[in-house]
Design a protein around this ligand. Sequence first.
Ligand SMILES: [Zn+2]
Length: 337
Amino acid sequence: MIYLEQSGQGLCTVERIYIGKIMMNGFRKEKRNVKAKQEMQKYPRFREILILCFSVLLFGFYIGTAYASEKEGAAAPKEETAASTEERTTDIPVPEEAETEDTLEAEGEWEGITNPEAEDDIDNYSADEILADYDPESLELPSGASVEVSADDWNLLLVNNRHPIPEDYEFTLGTIRGSLQCDERIIPEFLSMLQEAKKDGITLEVCSPYRTLERQEYLFDRKIRRYMNQGMSYMDAYKLSARVVNVPGTSEHQIGLALDIYTNSYKTLDEGFGETPAGIWLRDNCAEYGFILRYPKGKEYITGIEYEPWHFRYVGRTAAKEIMEQGLTLEEYVENL
Ligand SMILES: [Zn+2]
């Protein structure tokens, strides 16, 4: 174009005007560039400062969005997909001070009267209190021969987070003392165990016997609320709670076959109880009376529940001896029957 303008050959007037306009525009553009360059020289770091400001703004926006979505997650957890939740919660560590459902029971801290049973005292009875109601001779353990064990036996009912209590499950509640209840079929052997421990100088105490569904729901919901108060989303809190408290409908306390037992000199339900004389005595002798340490250390990947040296489950003497001698869980034992 410029060449044509300079040569002036073969162009009509309209074309000349058009080319002239283009040249003027080019000239103005050039002028603006020179001006911008001069500005840049006046403020040599202007561009860097501009980029930095923009980056800070972008980062602030990102953080704000992430925080907002976290809050939204806590408020409306049901919108999360199961897959994404699974992915995010797989590695949530259980806090060191994690309380189990049993710890919550033992604390007796009932926050508000949200549960009809909340007004009751927790069921905490010492062996002395319990045994006072019975004639010692009647508590002698009858010698029992090994019996045939079947996966259908009532005392081998597997209840865990993957195996809820069957809807039609029925049993008769028996009273040990006061509000201390459990399946009536396990009471004679349980009392024998308390008496034998006492003879060996071990004073046991029962802190959590049979538990209703409503009570289990209360404990579970309260655990979730506590985790959420620490800033966790509902789904994270739910997953974590399920590792220390059985989901309602899946607790052995609800079928009256589990009892939490500690001692008057160590009333904290934590791992330390397993190293006390009472904890050791129970572990060594429980099978004699048909009980097993239900959530052993190192088998959390099978039971799905943290180590609980105070939680004892009745399975019958034959099965209990095999389970405790071989270091099995009820899950492993039942699977191989
Ligand atoms: Zn328990």
